[in-house]
Each structure stands twice: as structure tokens, then as C-alpha cells.
Design a protein around this ligand. Structure first.
Ligand SMILES: [Zn+2]
Length: 195
């Protein structure tokens, strides 16, 4: 087991980079599942996966805080408080680690360099270049690498055909068509960063 020293910093970088974007809007399960399906069908995922991508299901658990990737069941299990694109991208990055092993095959920490590179790429695939680049920039500010690309990932650019329209990335939540959001539902709207 490799010690996961960067975990807390990764959570902070993720929350900081997602503030004031549609990543933090709470979403119906069906919408999150539809985005996962699109990511799995993307040229990027299929070019990088060492296996034929099997379906990934998304479910809501009863935990207040805990969301996780369950590789055996190929399931993303989201806390009711984590039913948003930010958390889903994080768990999809863990799924990507399962399907795209790290270069050289050496074990890496759960939130190590390989995870972070894939986390940035998943944000690119979901919402376009700016969304992923913003995360990479915050990782840089935290002294966490995320830009080295494994040779197996040198294929299609992950932001070539995003699952969601990048024009909505910074959309103020009230203006997002169909956003099922009420005031106060922004996840970690205050006090997310506690370094
Ligand atoms: Zn994680």
C-alpha cells in the first residue's frame, strides 16, 4: 500500500477550482449517469483504456460525506451531498486509474500524479479545456503535479468534444437551463478551504 499523502490537498484543490462554476450544482442522478455514459463513449477514454470500457453505474448512498469508486461493481457511489459534477469527475478519475494503469505499472498513491493527470483530463472531457486547465492551475499552486501526460495518453485531446457545453461552465447557476437548484445548495459554498 502506498501512502496517500496528497489526498487532503487534492480535495482542497478540487473544491477551490470548482467554486462559482456549474461543477458544484447538485444534479439529478439521471443527469450524472448520462454524463458518465458520454465520457465512457468518448474518443479520449476509448483511445487510452487498456480494456474495452465496461459500463459504470452511478448511485446515491446514504453517507453524509463519503463518495467512492467501487472497482469491483464498476459503480460510482455518491453521497447525497456529492451529487454534482465536481465529485463525479473525481470518482471518474479513480475509474480511469482502474482502466488506464499508471505508466510502468508501479503502484501510485490513490491521489498521486497519475490520478491527478487523469482528473484534469476528465474535467476536459466533461466540460472542455478551461475546466480542466483551471484544476491543473490550482494543483500547480498547491505544488501538486498534474500535467505530465503518460505516453499512452498522447492521443486525442480530451477537450475535443466535451460531454457538456463549455459555454455553461461559468454560467451563474440561476441561468443554467433546467438547473434543479435552490439557493443554499452549493456544495461547500463556504469554508471549503481549511489548509
Ligand atoms: Zn479520491
Amino acid at each position: 500500500m502506498v501512502r496517500d499523502v496528497d489526498r487532503r490537498q487534492v480535495y482542497c484543490a478540487e473544491d477551490l477550482s470548482a467554486e462559482s462554476t456549474i461543477l458544484v450544482l447538485r444534479r439529478p442522478l439521471g443527469e450524472l449517469q448520462a454524463v458518465v455514459d458520454l465520457v465512457l463513449q468518448s474518443v479520449w477514454w476509448n483511445a487510452n483504456s487498456v480494456v474495452v470500457p465496461a459500463a459504470i453505474s452511478v448511485s446515491i448512498n446514504r453517507s453524509e460525506l463519503r463518495s467512492c469508486w467501487q472497482p469491483g461493481a464498476r459503480r460510482i457511489s455518491l453521497s447525497p451531498n456529492g451529487a454534482d459534477l465536481s465529485t463525479m469527475c473525481h470518482e471518474l478519475a479513480h475509474a480511469a486509474v482502474t482502466d488506464f494503469p499508471p505508466p510502468g505499472g508501479a503502484p501510485q498513491p490513490d491521489h498521486g500524479l497519475h490520478f491527478r493527470c487523469l482528473h484534469v483530463a476528465i474535467r476536459h472531457v466533461v466540460l472542455g479545456q478551461q475546466c480542466g486547465d483551471d484544476l491543473a492551475e490550482v494543483y500547480d499552486q498547491f505544488g501538486l503535479g498534474s500535467r505530465s501526460i503518460n505516453p499512452a495518453q498522447a492521443g486525442p485531446t480530451p477537450w475535443a468534444n466535451p460531454a457538456l457545453d463549455p459555454a455553461n461552465y461559468h454560467a451563474e447557476w440561476r441561468t443554467v437551463p433546467g438547473a434543479p437548484i435552490v439557493a443554499g445548495e452549493l456544495r461547500n459554498a463556504a469554508g471549503a478551504i481549511a489548509l
